[in-house]
Design a protein around this ligand. Structure first.
Ligand code: ZN
Length: 245
């Protein structure tokens, strides 16, 4: 079985379609596993939901799903993010909202737990360092955990005997072997990468080979940016796409 692991699509349909095309070119995947923040920031929230739903997929909720469906207010969002949340809420159909409201915040699938932020704080925690990772291993039971939210592709390997949990960047093309050590893995963001590489980021899990491989995919960033301009979305959100920050 193969699954494409996608996080933080953020309403960027051009990036999502580039990733899906790349996935097909690599032999496809039976399922999409989507780690939340399918909407928010980008110009096509509704179409991104529709695209996901064309596939056999699993999906959890992120903070942008919570905010754009009114499950939380935007108190903790910066002004541009809050403006984008408001815009997104106005551009979702009733059916989209129902779909988003029906998503749970964590899922367990085989050897994997999925949580948008972290297993400890599923919607909100930005899990980016070893100290956080080591604490978070107590909050899930499966060998592996998949997260998003920081938009940075990385993984933490728990070396239990040494009591260490080093974090590593998950680089383009890197192939992670799933062995006996537990892992927390972030496949990066499809629609708004923040590791100074503007290319879309995603991973493919292969259950036969017991591997997860990361891929970076160029897409037509200008096309998404001009659509955002047309809709009057905040300038900072438009500019960051070409910088990957
Ligand atoms: Zn996000």
């Amino acid at each position: 079985m193969r699954a494409a692991v996608l996080a933080d699509i953020h309403g960027n349909l051009v990036a999502l379609d580039a990733v899906l095309k790349d996935m097909e070119a690599r032999g496809g995947a039976g399922q999409l596993w989507c780690l939340g923040d399918t909407v928010g920031y980008g110009p096509e929230p509704s179409k991104c939901i529709q695209r996901l739903r064309q596939y056999d997929h699993l999906c959890i909720a992120g903070n942008h799903e919570y905010a754009s469906t009114g499950r939380v207010d935007t108190f903790d969002f910066n002004p541009d993010a809050a403006a984008a949340v408001q815009w997104t809420a106005e551009h979702l159909t009733q059916d989209d909202k129902q779909y988003l409201q029906g998503l749970s915040v964590t899922l367990v699938e085989g050897a994997f737990t999925m949580a948008h932020g972290s297993p400890r704080s599923a919607v909100w925690e930005y899990l980016v360092n070893s100290a956080q990772a080591i604490e978070n291993f107590d909050y899930f039971k499966t060998p592996f955990c998949l997260i998003g939210h920081s938009h940075i592709p990385l993984y933490f390997e728990y070396l239990e005997e040494e009591g260490l949990c080093p974090g590593k960047r998950f680089e383009d093309g890197a192939l992670l072997k799933l062995g006996k050590n537990r892992l927390i893995i972030n496949p990066g963001s499809v629609g708004q990468p923040r590791d100074r590489d503007p290319r879309a980021s995603y991973a493919i899990y292969d259950s036969d080979g017991r591997t997860i491989q990361l891929f970076r995919v160029p897409y037509d960033i200008a096309a998404t940016q001009s659509e955002m301009e047309q809709y009057g979305l905040p300038r900072s959100l438009i500019d960051r796409l070409s910088k990957g920050v």
